[in-house]
Design a protein around this ligand. Structure first.
Ligand SMILES: Nc1nc2c(c(=O)[nH]1)N[C@@H](CN(C=O)c1ccc(C(=O)N[C@@H](CCC(=O)O)C(=O)O)cc1)CN2
Length: 367
């Protein structure tokens, strides 16, 4: 587990050094997930369109647009992932009940957890709770840290053959003695609700081919843009980070939406200059407050995937969570931004439920 970092927006470390550092730590795995979500202090207000280069289409924008009450100068709208995720869960609940009543099918999700990492245990518990709340049956296998790869593969094989299971996921990260590729490859693609199977990612990368599933975090990012009425077509988008789980699929999804996409990574020369050209930024690098105000084009829309713990003496826990983007600076320049926590994180689990429902529908040929 990553240690709590002492960092703030005014850090003088260069962008290139930060990107290099983050590529060593690896994006989502740097998250200190034992924290519980902190309540957001945002008051709902009427949406007001501010200067923006990425057009926000208010006719289709969610009525739940809120503005940060935390900083008087804040001009960016806050993209409220927590409330959109709730809205999605409500929609899924209705769909599941309709399916159960008409064809008697209840979607099932199998979760495999290896070891006792606090963050992973919390996520698996939250996934089970979320399943329960929408009416999905969940099945959990919790294996000890020293289990063999063969044991994990045996459980995946059992779930692959079980008709009551429509989705299978293996919580990441896995222990270092296991081969993650072998394990992810063994989930049958029809049940790969995490979208981590190479065939699903490969199809995502190809024009004219459709993946059966898109991984949950990048799908959640795009869903937020859609639900807030952000036009993507023809816009310049920059994805910061190129992980298999978030950065790469997020860039592919934006490209499928007809954005012109650049990927900024640890070997990119002058990442600030490239990022400053973006109408839409997706930051998924796992480095607290790396993207400063000076990286952002006025009016850009920012989706911040990072969840990084930073020291905070004022918090009872001694730390708080921040994103990859320096929120205090960005919210004065961007037209809309996701907060951390309460932005992309809750969407990851909502998209998992959505993928599980789609899988059950597809298997039972239910529209
Ligand atoms: N098999 C998978 N493993 C992992 C995935 C994944 O999609 N599939 N993603 C991450 C962890 N993750 C879900 O598994 C996840 C991360 C964050 C959140 C979330 O809601 N975060 C909250 C803050 C949580 C906190 O207080 O600690 C937020 O951002 O508001 C949900 C799910 C790696 N592993």
């Amino acid at each position: 587990m990553a240690s709590v970092m002492l960092t703030d927006c005014s850090s003088s470390t260069t962008a290139a050094a930060l990107l290099l550092r983050s590529s060593r730590y690896r994006v989502r795995h740097s998250v200190l997930h034992s924290l519980r979500s902190m309540p957001l202090q945002f008051a709902p207000v009427k949406p007001i369109l501010l200067r923006t280069t990425a057009t926000i289409n208010h006719a289709s924008a969610s009525p739940s647009i809120v503005t940060a009450a935390m900083a008087a100068e804040t001009s960016a709208k806050i993209i409220d992932g927590k409330s959109i995720a709730k809205q999605i869960r409500d929609e899924i609940t209705v769909e599941i009940s309709r399916m159960k009543d008409t064809v008697g099918v209840v979607p099932g999700l199998a979760v495999i957890l290896v070891g006792d990492r606090k963050d992973s245990t919390t996520y698996v518990r939250n996934k089970k709770k979320a399943c329960e709340s929408v009416g999905i049956n969940s099945y959990e296998v919790h294996l000890p840290e020293d289990s063999t790869e063969q044991e994990v593969l045996k459980h995946i094989s059992g779930f692959n053959d079980d008709p009551s299971v429509h989705g299978i996921l293996v919580q990441l990260p896995l222990s270092s003695h296991m081969n993650e590729q072998n394990i992810l490859n063994s989930v049958c693609i029809e049940k790969d609700v995490d979208g981590f199977h190479p065939l699903n990612i490969g199809r995502l990368a190809m024009r004219g081919r459709e993946p059966l599933f898109v991984s949950c975090t990048p799908k959640g990012c795009i869903e937020l843009l859609h639900r807030y009425g952000v036009d993507i077509k023809g816009r310049r988008a920059v994805v910061i980070g190129r992980s298999n789980i978030v950065g790469t699929p997020a860039a592919l999804l934006l490209q499928r939406e007809d954005a012109t996409v650049s990927v900024v990574h640890s070997r990119t020369n002058n990442p600030e200059e490239i990022t400053r050209q973006a109408d839409i930024i997706i930051a998924a690098v796992g480095q607290a407050n790396m993207v400063k105000g000076s990286w952002i084009k006025p009016g850009a829309v920012i989706i911040d995937v990072g969840i990084n713990p930073v020291e905070d003496a004022k918090s009872a826990k001694g730390y708080r969570l921040v994103g990859d983007v320096c929120f205090e600076e960005a919210c004065k320049i961007a037209s809309a931004i996701t907060p951390v926590p309460g932005g992309v994180g809750p969407m990851t689990i909502a998209m998992l439920l959505s993928n599980t429902l789609s899988s059950a529908k597809r298997m039972h040929n239910y529209k």
